[in-house]
Design a protein around this ligand. Structure first.
Ligand code: SAM
Length: 274
């Protein structure tokens, strides 16, 4: 089993606070009031960045003042975007303490602290009462979840009846065996991919209904191609997900793109209801 320290080390790759401070300084964003858009290049910690967040947002029927849960919220980028877009309140939980610390600081810098709260927590054991949220989402997190039944059951438990759950993930493709290291795992020990039909069956067994599965492989290949072209050292933008993912992000992105192209992994958006 992977320890919390190993998880923190995997996601932060050394002194993440210093790398972010330096990148903010270099791009002229330090010590000033920011708009949430200023942080999009660095706070959407998944392939396809803000584009993927916007796409998932189109699938979520969020209305004003609703209470929405983000499981595996990372640095809170998607939470800030949805909170502003839908004028709702977002509670985010993430297992990596540094991400929560930096994310709450980003909330302050963008004046979003009253709309977004981020906490350290494990999606497999949520510390919330039953049926308190009007909706939940989870972007690119389930690949790290060994017990999907527990993870999805916890989300089901904290959702009100009639509310939605939306998530994106890389499922296991028909060819299997993804190429490591990947953006979410350096090796098999941290990666728990499931074929789409298994994920669908687990959601049904828990009680989720109206399950919609949308394949997004082509969009991800296109997104990775753009990211990889941008990444040679000389042309790297000051702010980008390489600041978070470190020097191996280039190789990990290439492996993720190849894994999709070779049908080893299959990216999906999944939306369902309680
Ligand atoms: C690829 S990042 C996505 C972050 C964020 N959802 C986003 O899209 O910007 C995956 C995140 O899942 C978090 N994570 C992994 N396992 C988790 C767990 N059991 N509970 C909560 N968060 C978890 C990691 O710490 C990391 O922040």
């Amino acid at each position: 089993m992977v320890s919390i320290t190993e998880i923190e080390n995997f996601w932060t790759r050394g002194d993440l606070h210093s790398r972010i401070n330096q990148a903010m300084l270099d791009s002229g964003l330090n010590n000033k009031k920011l708009e949430i858009e200023d942080l999009f290049p660095i706070d959407q910690y998944h392939a396809r960045g803000i584009g993927a967040t916007k796409d998932l947002g189109k699938r979520m029927p969020i209305t004003k003042n609703q209470k929405i849960l983000d499981v595996g919220c990372g640095l809170g980028g998607p939470a800030r975007y949805y909170a502003k877009e839908f004028k709702c309140h977002i509670t985010g939980v993430d297992i990596t303490p540094s991400f929560i610390e930096i994310g709450n600081n980003f909330n302050r810098l963008t004046s979003m602290s009253t709309m977004v709260d981020l906490y350290v927590g494990n999606g497999e054991k949520l510390e919330f009462e039953d049926e308190v949220f009007d909706g939940a989402y989870s972007q690119h997190v389930t690949m790290n979840i060994s017990d999907r039944m527990k993870f999805f059951s916890e989300i089901y438990r904290v959702l009100k009846k009639g509310s939605f759950f939306a998530f994106t993930e890389h499922g296991l493709g028909p060819e299997g065996d993804p190429i490591f290291p990947l953006p979410w795992a350096d090796n098999q020990e941290m990666s728990f991919l499931l074929p789409l039909e298994n994920t669908n069956a687990i959601l049904k067994e828990i009680g989720f209904i109206n399950i919609k599965l949308i394949e997004t492989g082509d969009k991800y290949i296109e997104g990775y191609e753009k990211l990889i072209q941008k990444q040679p050292k000389s042309e790297k933008p000051t702010l980008g997900i390489h600041v978070i993912g470190g020097s191996s992000m280039h190789e990990r992105s290439i492996n993720s793109m190849r894994s999709i192209k070779e049908n080893r992994t299959l990216p999906f958006e999944i939306v369902c209801e309680k």
